[in-house]
Design a protein around this ligand. Sequence first.
Ligand code: RIB
Ligand code: CA
Length: 351
Amino acid sequence: MSRKLLTLFIAVFLLSSVVPGIAQSEERTRIIFDTDFVMPPHDDSMALMLALQSPEIEILGITTVAGNDSVERATSDVLRMLEIAQQAEIPVYRGADMPLVHEKSDFAVREYGRWYSNEHPPVPPGGYADKKAEAESAVSFMVKTVLENPGDITLVAIGPLTNVAQAIRTNADFAKNVKRMVIMGGAIAMLPDGSGNITPNAEFNFWVDPEAAYTTLRSGIPIDLSPLNVSRKSSLTRDWYEKIVATDTPLTRLLKDTLGKHFANEPDRIYFMYDQIAVASVIDPALVTRERLYVDVDIQHGINYGVSVGGRKLWPGAEGAGLMDVQYELDWPRFINLFIERVGNPLRGSN
Ligand code: RIB
Ligand code: CA
């Protein structure tokens, strides 16, 4: 190589390493995606679509948990989704099949959610996946990955926190080495729109496993909480749905076949985008407004079982509660346009 060419080569290399956007991409957020996954119209599946289609995020593994339905259903559906999204190389780890303490009850059976179910998972769209879950457990994968990458891993948890609480309890170094957690869960009564969605004051994910939520929120892990307050600032209507499916990709086809039916039967229906907001807040933290609050969870088996309580100062009984960022406002137009763009783009996995 001539001296001139060598000098030019070195100059371009040095420039590209200091000026963002020339040759190197921004650093990606490395995440473990913990989910009570069910195919669309469920929010977990649309949250995963958004994560898979976003270059800002690198998914190191997906861990499943019982919540919306059984852990077997979560695992079967997420394996199939990865095939549809052409990202079958992402490993999937089966997690907890029941909450730490909470048992099936008549109320649980009557109300939303089939976390206690032991039925065989139904056939997902396009058939059961060829891809299999890893033999390693979700908790083992979480602990190993976090300890091998101290201070680098973000946990995105959009279901009951059973796997995370087990990881915290299994290894005393786990919590100290998690970079950050983004959690969809809870409802904060002192902020607007803070009532519950499964009992008068409890949010579903925290109510399914209150003891796990209590352990996680008190673990010392830096937390960005995405509760119902911010979910309720979203409103997926048929008009927005039609914009999402305006392009033709395997993901939008899946949405047409599943979510589309619901809008056809009930055109005025509105969906909250719970888990999608949690993921979007990782991609672009400025999409949501936060307040720093102490948040704790009631684990007494009374009328407030699973209720999260937030306050600006500690109050009697909440000694030891975690101080965290709590999302309560959403820039809806920017959020929904990000979602439309990412999910409508050609599959990243096919590049
Ligand atoms: O309360 C909302 C949460 O429970 C979301 O994670 C959603 O998936 C539902 O199951
Ligand atoms: Ca969920």
